[in-house]
Design a protein. Structure first.
Lengths: 540, 164
């Protein structure tokens, strides 16, 4: 005989899960008891939301679904922001929650919350398990759904009695058969042929690369396609890293906070090839204008994204890898005329400007740019949300590494827990979290997790004692009325670092910042670098 | 804005209806009616939705519904190529003097009298939405006490994909 909790652990083992992020509680105790004897590593976070963010960072760095665990009621509801973040940003994740006894469901007992109901809009799928026998199938399906098609979070809510009940034996299913879930990955041959014709007849084509290029693992293929054809590439925030920043065909991030060259190229283009991007409002503020001026080829694994924000001439539903492979085969020896490339090169030079510096402060854009050159080529930079995100997005010179941030949901406090997950997935890579003093204070409790597990993440706090992004918005749209956007000069982050025994430094000039960054990179284990930033520093 | 009818085949499992209705409400799609029942395969339920919106909205609804894991199939029905019906029960105020007038109207419209009481007559009517409106108009002057409607169900004419 085997109980449900042991089955849950065996399912995770069968899925090759080596680490889970979580926080225990009464309703998930049977699972934690079984986990105690397992080889699966458990990382105890300091708040459930961060378990989800850590699983998110883990998933993005490893390419495998991240797993997070919480108890019923408040534990589960604390996960929601993390689940919603994974949903909007299309990150594969399996979230496991304990639930009150199934015969008490619906009676509002202690720590009961309808978490499958509450998460409905934010999950790719969810299960409220009603029989212990169902657990193996549910786990198999959950991992399959989370990691195939357009990736996303799947929630499994398991009442405590289902974890305790025993069944005869554990058999993990080999295959999955969900009648209503068969993602189309191939890419329609006729549409691909039509796309090739359009590409060959265009004079000013641009590729817009989104997060889908990275999650499908087609980055190198897309670069090959761009190089072969000479078509320039812009990326969305989620797509940063599809090409090395200094690649001559790469024009930077597009959108409200993007690079002028990228936006200008998109504006002037006669053909836009959208790859694994949904083109949300931050990427393209006026999608109607875009589609009225140019023809659009939209490639995405999720058919619902095609035509949702931008009118599409040629829709191609499929896995980016398959589609780009076919495009490469079909295009033959083709290169766009040089005139467009030359124009873009000229714009790139015209539009470059050096940000001004202020005495007694670190210029964050110049520092991020400098820091990039100090980092190993495969370094992972996790940016939080706010001005720090934009500074990083536009100035981190990515090579073969990753840029992780929540471009879709924009969840403040993401960077530190996500960096924890990324570092655990890729222990040999340099992992850096960059946040503001606002976003750091949202999840700085995770310093406890970092210290307890000696996770070597480097944290850079851009301290401008403001909620800079909103403040900037208030300057532009609300007559400089800085309502609730001034942070105190407290806390003293160095003392906080000290309290956790984490080495730290504070910089008030770029020279200092660079000096400390060097020290930080030499330090084995975590490090906190606080950069004092001039409060009026703009985002771009 | 245009009205359209679509059917959704779903796996017959707990919570599926709330997944579907939740999707409609959170994405701001308007439903005029929704009816659900099991099909000849007991593991599959069929939901008929009558909704309104422009072409963009309809296409989005179909695509978003298809993303739900328990949804097996979504099909928009083409005007003129399907038969639709709605069942309704109508309780009409009726004094003894007016009773026969009401029963006469029911006969003319081919509605069935299912209950007669001292002050009410209850009719059963299974028809298209248009005919139901006509009957209700005719009954209005007598005073309608209560109406219960099932929502529209629809089926394609002839041999369709789902009846093969």
């Amino acid at each position: 005989m085997i109980n449900g909790a042991d089955i849950m652990v065996k399912c995770l083992e069968a899925e090759g899960v080596s680490v889970v992020f979580g926080y225990p509680g009464a309703a998930i105790c049977p699972f934690y008891d079984s986990l105690y004897d397992s080889s699966i590593r458990h990382i105890l976070v300091r708040q459930e939301q961060n378990a989800a963010h850590a699983a998110n960072g883990y998933a993005r760095a490893s390419g495998k679904p991240g797993v997070c665990v919480a108890t019923s009621g408040p534990g589960a509801t604390n996960l929601i922001t993390g689940i919603a973040t994974a949903y909007t940003d299309s990150i594969p994740m399996v979230a496991i929650t304990g639930q009150v006894r199934s015969d008490l469901l619906g009676r509002d007992v202690f720590q009961e919350a309808d978490i499958t109901g509450a998460c409905e809009p934010f999950v790719k799928h969810s299960y409220l398990v009603s029989k212990t026998e169902d657990l193996p199938r549910v786990f198999k399906e959950a991992f399959h759904i989370a990691s195939t098609g357009r990736p996303g979070p799947v929630l499994i809510d398991i009442p405590i009695d289902i974890q305790q009940n025993e069944i005869k034996e554990f058999v993990y299913p080999q295959t999955v058969d969900i009648i209503g879930y068969k993602p189309n990955t191939k890419g329609h041959q006729v549409q691909i042929k039509r796309a090739i014709e359009l590409i060959k007849s265009s004079t000013r084509p641009v590729i817009v690369a989104g997060g889908g290029v990275l999650s499908s693992g087609s980055k190198l293929k897309l670069v090959e396609f761009a190089k072969k054809t000479g078509i320039p590439v812009v990326s969305t925030m989620m797509g940063i890293g599809v090409m090395p920043s200094d690649h001559e065909l790469y024009l930077g991030m597009l959108g409200t906070h993007g690079k002028a060259t990228a936006n200008r190229a998109l504006h002037e283009a006669d053909l836009v090839i959208v790859c694994g991007a949904r083109l949300g409002d931050r990427a393209v503020a006026a999608p109607d204008q875009m589609s009225s001026k140019s023809t659009i080829i939209h490639i995405d694994i999720d058919p619902a994204e095609i035509g949702k924000n931008v009118k599409t001439t040629i829709p191609i539903v499929g896995d980016m890898k398959n589609v780009v492979n076919k495009l490469l085969e079909e295009i033959g020896e083709y290169h766009i005329s040089n005139a467009w490339g030359e124009t873009l090169k000229r714009w790139k030079q015209e539009l470059y400007r050096v940000p001004p510096t202020f005495d007694g402060f670190v210029e964050p854009r110049a520092f991020i740019s400098k820091l990039s050159s100090m980092l190993p080529s495969k370094a992972i930079l996790v940016a939080d949300v706010g001005q720090n995100q934009i500074w990083c997005a536009n100035n981190f010179k990515i090579k073969e590494g990753r840029f992780l941030t929540t471009g879709g949901m924009g969840t403040m406090g993401y960077s530190v827990p996500a960096a924890v997950g990324a570092k655990i997935a890729r222990p040999t890579r340099e992992v850096m979290a960059v946040c503001g003093d606002g976003s750091f204070q949202m999840n700085m409790n995770e310093l406890g997790t970092i210290v307890q597990n000696n996770i070597s993440v480097k944290i850079i706090i851009m301290r401008n004692t403001r909620l800079g992004m909103v403040r900037e918005l208030q300057d532009k749209l609300y007559d400089h009325r800085h309502s609730a956007t001034i942070l105190d000069t407290k806390p003293d982050f160095l003392k906080i670092a000290e309290a956790y025994d984490i080495p730290c430094a504070m910089a008030s000039s770029n020279e200092e910042a660079e000096k400390y960054a060097e020290q930080m990179l030499k330090t084995d284990g975590p490090f906190i670098l606080v950069c004092n930033v001039y409060p009026d520093t703009p985002s771009i | 804005m245009q009205q359209y009818t679509l059917y959704i085949l779903v796996e017959n499992q707990a919570g599926v209806l709330s997944k579907i209705s939740g999707l409609f409400s959170r994405r701001g799609y308007n439903i005029d009616s929704l009816a659900v029942g099991v099909t000849n395969d007991p593991k599959v339920s069929r939901i008929t939705v009558v909704a309104n919106g422009d072409e963009y909205v309809v296409e989005q609804i179909e695509k978003q519904l298809n993303k739900l894991i328990p949804v097996i199939k979504v099909k928009r029905l083409v005007e003129g190529e399907f038969v639709s019906r709605e069942l309704c029960l109508i309780k009409v105020h009726s004094s003894a003097a007016k009773r026969f007038e009401i029963i006469k109207i029911a006969e003319l419209m081919q509605a069935k009298v299912v209950d007669v009481a001292n002050t009410t007559v209850t009719l059963e009517y299974c028809e298209t939405v248009e005919k139901i409106s006509t009957l209700l108009e005719l009954l209005k002057p007598y005073g309608i006490r209560e109406i219960v409607r099932t929502g529209t169900i629809a089926i394609e004419k002839g041999v369709s994909e789902s009846s093969k």
